[in-house]
Design a protein. Structure first.
Length: 278
């Protein structure tokens, strides 16, 4: 239920006490928090965009109701949502103990044996939401949490779309997502589809394996470069990986596999023994 919240930076909706800052992104801050009603720790994401009009608040409410209806073991559950007195939307999510894939990769590349099960779980949860006609639009390492149990949780489902609505009112040609990972059709301002998420996941897997982003530089430069240059895929990757990532990052959406096909392929790669490069 969408509810107003006090303007205090330490208390939201009369029940959530904000504690340590867990992370800071381009559009939101994430805090460890305490739900004083249920006496449990949660994560609170306070967005920096504003839902100043009733239409904005309605879009936010609709998106959060959609996300709250999702139930998958590799998703971060949304527990509550609201808007502060300053018209800032906030989300209350289950607190996942662990680290983001971005932080995990900051210490160096992961082996193919570790990357395959992570990718298979991510593809499986994408397949789940795609079957429900939902597209994430912002697959990137910082939105992927690796729990202490070793399993991944994908965060911010629906948030990218809500942010786009709040800032552009779904204007034609609006680009929503992170420049280093968005699909070519997002750069062009074309409609997104499940294939857009598959492309982004391909770049995430490639970065996880190599320890390097495929597209760097200023946001515009990073976004535009993929329209002319496919990602560099090392031939040193084990058998099966180059071919899969090439398909996932095809320029045309129709040439990419579905998330379900990617999950199957990665499950098979997870089972194969270490191999020599292709």
């Amino acid at each position: 239920m969408l509810r107003p919240a006090p303007s205090s930076p330490e208390l939201l909706a009369g029940r959530y006490t904000l504690d340590a800052l867990l992370g800071r992104g381009g559009m939101a801050d994430v805090h460890r928090a305490t739900d004083t009603v249920l006496e449990r720790e949660v994560a609170v994401k306070l967005l920096r965009v504003h839902a100043a009009t009733e239409a904005d608040r309605g879009r936010f409410r609709d998106e959060m109701q959609l996300v709250a209806g999702l139930d998958h073991p590799f998703l971060v559950p949304v527990l509550d949502a609201g808007v502060t007195d300053e018209d800032q939307p906030f989300l209350v999510m289950e607190l996942i103990e662990g680290q983001s894939l971005a932080r995990r990769c900051s210490s160096g590349p992961m082996s193919a044996q570790l990357t395959a099960p992570v990718g298979a779980e991510l593809a499986a949860v994408l397949d789940y939401v795609h079957e429900r006609d939902i597209v994430h639009r912002d697959i990137k390492p910082s939105n992927i949490l690796v729990g202490v149990d070793g399993h991944v949780r994908l965060a911010d489902f629906g948030i990218a779309r809500m942010l786009g609505d709040a800032t552009t009112h779904t204007a034609a040609g609006a680009t929503v997502g992170t420049a280093a990972y968005i699909a070519p059709e997002q750069v062009r301002g074309d409609p997104v589809s499940p294939a857009s998420d598959v492309y982004s996941l391909g770049l995430v897997l490639l970065e996880t394996l190599t320890g390097r982003r495929s597209y760097t530089g200023a946001p515009l430069e990073a976004a535009m470069s993929r329209l002319f240059n496919p990602p560099m895929i090392p031939t040193s990757l084990p058998t099966g990986w180059p071919a899969l990532i090439i398909r996932m990052t095809a320029l045309e959406p129709a040439e990419r596999p579905s998330a379900g096909e990617v999950a199957d392929a990665l499950t098979a790669l997870a089972l194969q023994p270490p191999d020599s490069p292709e």
